[in-house]
Design a binder for this molecule. Sequence first.
Ligand code: NAD
Length: 483
Amino acid sequence: MSPTEAIASVPTGLFIGGSWRDAARTMPVENPATGEVLTEVADASPDEAMAALDAAADAQAEWARTPARARSEILYRAFDLLHAEVDRLALIMTLEMGKPLAESKGEIAYAAEFFRWFAEEAVRLNGGHMPAPAGGARFLISKQPVGPCVLITPWNFPMAMGTRKIGPAIAAGCTSVIKPAAQTPLSTLALAEILHRAGLPGGVVNVVTTSQADEAMSPLILDERSRKLSFTGSTGVGKHLLELAAKTVMRTSMELGGNAPLIVFDDADMDAAVAGAMAAKLRNIGQACTAANRIFVQSSVAEEFTRRLTEEMAARRMGPGTEEGVTIGPLIDDRAVEKVTSLVREAADGGAKVLLGGVPEISGTGHFFPATVLTDVPDDAEIAHAEIFGPVAAVSTFETEEEAITRANDTPYGLVSYVFTESLRRGLRVCDALEAGMVGLNQGVVSNPAAPFGGVKESGLGREGGLTGIDEFVETKYIGIAD
Ligand code: NAD
């Protein structure tokens, strides 16, 4: 399928109540590798967005009554369709977001897995039963769908961040309105069309694309019919949305920013440490909340680690994600290139050494920044505190385990950390001490639909995926029955 055919296959309206409708205005979707406009999609006004919540609220009661097995089977069918159409969907994702095609295919497989996982979970939702401790009554405890949900997703994983929320919402019996990022609406629109074909009844999932995130979505969040907000994005926006959610004491899940430390001890398996650092650094061109933002290496192995990491980074090929052999695509936009450039420059001015890369490469109108390695990065450099969101490895050295833990925890974020050591005792001790919701011990990727994904501190609230992921979308009710 050609890029033009792939883009033309995506509906571009608002998906409301099971059908597509145009909005009064449209907005462009750009290819970050070229700056070209791929297509125009609906740009919802606040009223048009509210129609999506109306549809979700109307569909809620019947969807909650739909048997779990029926909900589960829709998710299984959508899982199959995602796999059957992976080539088309990956091309759409690469065109709108920039990541290399192989990574887009990997994301679709990962995204689909949330549907399979929650298809399995839908039929296992259960409650409990117990006698009142003092006698005279018994308790019947059940799980009920929380109600219509507002789901907001970022641009960096345009499909998986959607299925990670839609999957458990469908499984739990919740209806929803999902708003993808304005930069990458096409993957979510394609997903809605697939869910429709998989047999999802109208109104269960509704899609709002808009360039006016605040104006269009605030009324939905403040509306008493919405009972749950699940947000993935930056900590700043997350804090603002928490304030809005407080107005109606709405349930929230917040998957926010990260500043992951990656610690390499002197007894690490160097092959595993370099491979893990490459995965944690370059996955998604460094534009991941899980990206290794600060790399701490014990000084006795720092020279070897840095040399090998630099060799690996230098071997990566940068270019449009649709090109064979490219492993570093463009950043999402010009602003991202400017931010990464300024972080690197400020670190270098503060004493960091630039071993590789460091300056943006102008390639037509695409937004490219090359693989970059910095060493001797001072702890007070901005790059050690802000999310880099680019292919820049910021390395510094440490002497003792205690020092590594203290510096790793010296951040308001707490999403993920990575530790490389061959000592199980030390590894577990350090994992316990790290303030993070997730730790990769001798591995550079932690994301897995079967594992609870989420952070502590300012990285968020709640967990997505895993055995507890569906709990975010249900309320516990107990009925006290007199004996
Ligand atoms: P962002 O916070 O700018 O936007 C995220 C989403 O929120 C987008 O859909 C955006 O349109 C919407 N939004 C922005 N302001 C809004 C408002 N006032 N009201 C309603 N919606 C609003 O983040 P981004 O740049 O799209 O994504 C990158 C960020 O996401 C990074 O901080 C990254 O760490 C984080 N992220 C976190 C996870 C995680 O699971 N913890 C996963 C991926 C990305």
